[in-house]
Design a protein around this ligand. Structure first.
Ligand code: UDP
Ligand code: MN
Length: 363
C-alpha cells in the first residue's frame, strides 16, 4: 500500500516537472523571437510592453520619448498597452486608457480640385509625410495623379466646387461621416492652407480624454455668435475652421442627430451659417459642451507674422494667405526665399525636419 502511494507521488512530481520545463521553454522562445526582430517596430513594441509602468506621468514621459520620431510605424506602438496592468491601481489603469498616439486621430483636410496643385501639393511636400495613414483629403473632383500621390487618401465627396455655405458644409458633413466610420478616438479637421505639426497635435490632445465631450479650437470672435434656428434666437461659441479643430469620439457620437448622413447640410441651412459655425451650434448650443480654446491653433485671420520664430516648433497649426497682406504669413527668413516658398511652410518644415526630401536645396 505504502509502495503504491510512493509510486503515485513520484509520477505526480514527474508530471509537474514536465509542465514546468515545457512552459519555461515557451517563455524562452518568445524572448528569442522578439530579440531576432532586431530594430523592427514589433521589437520596440515588445520592449515597451514588457516595461513595468508605475505612474501616469511616467507613461506620458515615456510616450513622448518613444514618439519623438513623430510617429513612424505608429500603428504598432502602444495600441495594446493596457494588457498588463501589473503594478497599477485602478485610477492609473483608467488614466492610461486615455493615452493616445497619432494612429488614434482621424485627420480630415478640406480641399477642392482647384487647389490640388497649389495648396494640396504643399501639404504633400511637408507634413503629410508625418501622418500619411491617418490623413484624408475631402475634395470635389476625381484626380488620378493626386489620388496616387496621397496613397488613395483623396476622397471625392461628390459635393460641388464652390465656396458657398452649402458646398463647404457638404464636405464637412462627409468628413464627419468618415470620422465616425473610422472608429478613431479623435477627429481633427483642417483646411488645405494649414500646416499641422502632428507631434504637437498629439501632445495637445494628451491633455484631454477622448471619452469626455471635448471640443478644442480657436474662437475668431470674442463673443458668442448670434443666429436664428427654426425661428428661435440662438447664441453659441464656435471654433474657426481655418485654424483647425478637434472633437473627441464621445462628443462626435452625440452630434449624430444633427450631423450624420447628410443632416449636417440641413442643420447648416436651417441655421443659415457656415460649416464651422454649425459645428459650434450643435456642440455648444444643442449639446451644451463648452469650447476649449487653444492658442496653439492658428488661422490666417491672425497677424501670423507676429508669432515669435522661437515658438514656431510648439504651434499645432499654422496658415497663410498668399494674395493678401504678408502679415498673414509666418515670418521665417530662411532657409528658402519667398519665390521658392511663398507659403513659408517648406521653410518651417525644414526647420522641424531638416532631413526631409523637400529640404534638399535643389528640389
Ligand atoms: N474651399 C473649397 N471650395 C472652394 C473654396 C474653398 O472647398 O470653392 C475650401 C478650401 O480648400 C479651404 C476652405 O474651403 O480648405 C477655406 O477656403 P479658403 O482658404 O480659400 O478661404 P477662407 O475661408 O480661409 O478665407
Ligand atoms: Mn483659408
Amino acid at each position: 500500500m505504502k509502495l503504491r502511494a510512493l509510486k503515485l507521488a513520484v509520477c505526480f512530481c514527474g508530471l509537474i516537472y514536465c509542465c514546468v520545463f515545457y512552459f519555461a521553454q515557451e517563455d524562452g522562445s518568445e524572448k528569442l523571437n522578439s530579440h531576432q526582430e532586431g530594430d523592427s517596430p514589433h521589437f520596440r513594441f515588445s520592449a515597451i510592453r514588457s516595461r513595468r509602468i508605475t505612474s501616469l506621468q511616467e507613461n506620458l514621459d515615456y510616450f513622448l520619448e518613444v514618439r519623438s520620431d513623430w510617429g513612424q510605424n505608429d500603428n504598432v506602438l502602444f495600441k495594446q498597452e493596457t494588457d498588463s496592468n501589473e503594478g497599477k491601481n485602478l485610477k492609473e489603469i483608467d488614466d492610461f486608457s486615455r493615452v493616445i498616439t497619432l494612429s488614434d486621430i482621424f485627420i480630415s483636410v478640406k480641399t477642392s480640385g482647384k487647389f490640388h496643385r497649389t495648396r494640396l501639393q504643399v501639404i504633400l511636400d511637408t507634413w503629410f509625410s508625418k501622418a500619411r495613414p491617418q490623413t484624408y483629403f475631402f475634395t470635389d473632383t476625381d484626380d488620378q495623379e493626386y489620388q496616387q500621390l496621397t496613397g488613395g487618401h483623396l476622397i471625392n465627396t461628390g459635393c460641388s466646387d464652390s465656396h458657398t455655405r452649402h458646398d463647404l458644409t457638404c464636405k464637412m458633413g462627409a468628413e464627419y461621416d468618415a470620422f465616425i466610420s473610422s472608429k478613431k478616438r479623435w477627429w481633427c479637421h483642417f483646411d488645405d492652407d494649414n500646416y499641422v505639426n502632428t507631434y504637437q497635435l498629439v501632445k495637445m490632445l494628451l491633455n484631454y480624454d477622448w471619452r469626455d465631450d471635448v471640443y478644442i479650437g480657436r474662437a475668431s470672435l470674442n463673443h458668442p455668435f448670434h443666429s436664428v434656428y427654426n425661428g428661435t434666437k440662438v447664441d453659441f461659441w464656435f471654433a474657426t475652421g481655418g485654424a483647425g479643430l478637434c472633437i473627441s469620439a464621445a462628443l462626435a457620437a452625440k452630434m449624430a442627430p444633427w450631423c450624420s448622413n447628410g443632416k449636417f447640410v440641413e442643420t447648416s441651412s436651417q441655421l443659415r451659417a457656415p460649416d464651422d459655425c454649425t459645428l459650434g451650434f450643435v456642440i455648444n448650443n444643442r449639446l451644451g459642451v463648452k469650447l476649449t480654446q487653444s492658442n496653439l491653433l492658428h488661422s490666417h485671420l491672425e497677424l501670423l507674422h507676429e508669432l515669435p520664430t522661437k515658438t514656431m516648433n510648439t504651434q499645432v497649426s499654422l496658415s497663410y494667405r498668399i494674395n493678401g497682406d504678408p502679415k498673414n504669413r509666418i515670418s521665417l527668413t530662411q532657409p528658402f526665399d519667398e519665390a521658392r516658398d511663398p507659403t513659408r511652410f517648406i521653410s518651417l518644415h525644414c526647420i522641424l525636419e531638416p532631413t526631409a526630401h523637400v529640404c534638399k536645396i535643389n528640389t
